[in-house]
Design a protein around this ligand. Structure first.
Ligand code: ADP
Length: 496
């Protein structure tokens, strides 16, 4: 196996990256290029699919050249921003319009109409999702209803739909393979996660002809090979995986109860629930963790709207810190002084998510005294991310998740060791940071290695995961309880 490499593509919302790994999962080279955001109207967000394709070629070629050429690349895996929708012409390969990005809200009115017509239960039962314009279904419907000639062409079987994985796969294989994987399919709101099929009732509801749809395959396996003209030789494509699901694999969360939490701009938590698709009573999402050799593993997913945004606000809005790293210095310094007085920061910039679900709530800083300093407010900002994580974990536990053995973290904020210790103290769960924190793209590489037989099992991937830092809970219960009372009181004060 020595000398074999795995190429992984991470097509994200703000950039396109390629990383070359060796067969042990060590990154050898990375290339990245930013992606232009297009805002045609209020609440609309698009990407130029052609730009995504060109960027993908560029970053792949860069890491191939940097690591000694195309020989020895055993497999390619793709992870991607989920839900983003592209419709293209099967004959020419040309998209009929820009990609409609997951954040795009143009389907919101359609979603309201579906909710009012009482379809929420059916959709949640089949897809595990709550009706929302984030998911692909209303985006496809919008394309067919608004791009001139699109519906007629779709009904004649001339068009293809795909999320980013599918579009890249189509282009990489020279139009030979029109497929997706179960994780990406599970975010379209057209796919029944229990039967593992596109669902006729949902296709009727969103007026999407079945002829548009890609074949749904295992997350790791045979997706064809790259057109030899692209990189000088055909490379087997062996995995497609949605970004959050990729991170779950990159964090080697393979047994029920294992959880990964990504702290970037927002925070995304995924818990492996094994072969059970747990329905949520707390408005969390039931989703497919991965499908391997025909066997589906499920996950519950929850998110926190504001994590890194708190640090960004402290830096750019309030101008209390000059850079993100300063937040750690201030928190450590304050603790060193005995940390007198507790300030709470409820970052409900855009409302409160799980388990409060109050869209009208707005942020607040509470508990200021004459002694309060910028340090108190900054520390409270970091703490708020931890309290919100606990609230989310509590919601997951109410939905039937038993004990959580550890919280495996990634994302830009986890450079902050103070944050990780407070997170362990408040949640009462050990917090683990891996050596290689780009877990999403690592997950795609692991899966591609699995799909191509470089790894024989998930156990082999599990032993390739390496711990860098572990924070164990050590705060006395009484102190923790007092802090939590203060947080719950602060949250109550901002709710409408
Ligand atoms: P995304 O992928 O959502 O763009 P990243 O994973 O790159 O986000 O994380 C960036 C976020 O992490 C930013 O909001 C930044 O403020 C925050 N961040 C970076 N370093 C630190 C730090 N040392 N302490 C706290 N927050 C940090």
């Amino acid at each position: 196996m020595s000398g074999q490499r795995i190429l992984a593509i991470d097509q994200g919302t703000t950039s396109t990256r390629a990383v070359m790994f060796d067969a042990a999962g060590r990154a050898l080279a990375t290339s990245q290029t930013p992606l232009r955001q297009i805002y045609p109207a209020d609440g609309w967000v698009e990407h130029d699919a052609e730009e995504i394709w060109q960027a993908t070629l560029k970053v792949c070629r860069a890491v191939i050249a940097e690591t000694g050429g195309v020989e020895g690349i055993a497999a390619l895996g793709i992870t991607n921003q989920r839900e983003t929708t592209i419709v293209w012409n099967r004959r020419t390969g040309q998209p009929v319009m820009n990609a409609i990005v997951w954040q795009d809200r143009r389907g919101a009115a359609m979603c309201t109409a579906l909710r009012e017509a009482g379809h929420e239960g059916t959709i949640q039962n089949k897809t595990g999702l709550l009706i929302d314009s984030y998911f692909s279904a209303t985006k496809v419907q919008w394309v067919l209803d608004n791009v001139s000639g699109a519906r007629v062409a779709a009904e004649k079987g001339e068009l293809a739909f795909g999320t980013i994985d599918t579009f890249l796969l189509w282009r990489l294989t020279g139009g030979r393979v029109h497929a997706t994987d179960a994780t990406n399919a599970s975010r379209t709101m057209l796919y029944d996660i229990h039967t593992g099929r596109w669902d006729d009732t949902l296709l009727d509801l969103f007026t999407v002809p079945a002829s548009l749809l890609p074949e749904v395959r295992d997350t790791a396996g045979d997706f064809g090979a790259t057109d030899p003209e692209l990189f000088g030789r055909a490379i087997p494509i062996a995995a497609l995986v949605g970004d959050q699901h990729g991170a779950l694999v990159g964090q080697a969360c393979f047994t029920p109860g294992m959880v990964k939490s990504t702290y970037g701009t927002g925070c995304f938590v995924l818990v492996n629930t094994g072969d059970k698709a747990l329905p949520s009573r707390n408005r969390l999402l039931t989703t497919i963790a991965y499908r391997l050799k025909g066997k589906t593993t499920y996950a519950l997913e929850g998110s926190i709207f504001n994590a890194g945004t708190v640090i960004q606000w402290l830096r750019d809005g309030a101008k209390m810190i000059e850079n993100a790293a300063e937040s750690e210095r201030l928190a450590v310094e304050l603790d060193g002084h005995g940390g007198k007085g507790r300030v709470y920061f409820v970052p409900a910039f855009t409302g409160l998510g799980a388990p409060h679900w109050d869209a009208g709530a707005r942020g607040a800083i509470l508990g200021l005294t004459r002694d309060s300093s910028i340090g108190h407010i900054v520390r409270a900002g970091l703490e708020s991310v931890c309290y919100q994580t606990l609230d989310l974990l509590t919601a997951l536990q109410q939905d039937g998740i038993a004990a959580l053995p550890a919280l495996r973290v990634d994302g830009g904020m986890i450079a902050n060791n103070w944050l990780l210790q407070f997170l362990a103290d408040i949640t009462g769960i050990p917090v683990e940071r891996p050596v290689y924190t780009e877990t999403t793209v690592l997950g795609a590489a692991f899966l591609a290695g699995l799909g191509q037989g470089l790894f024989s099992s998930l156990d082999e991937i599990r032993s390739a995961w390496r711990l860098d830092f572990r924070a164990t809970p050590k705060m006395p219960d009484a102190q923790r309880d007092a802090l939590l009372d203060g947080w719950q009181d602060a949250v109550k004060r901002v709710m409408r």
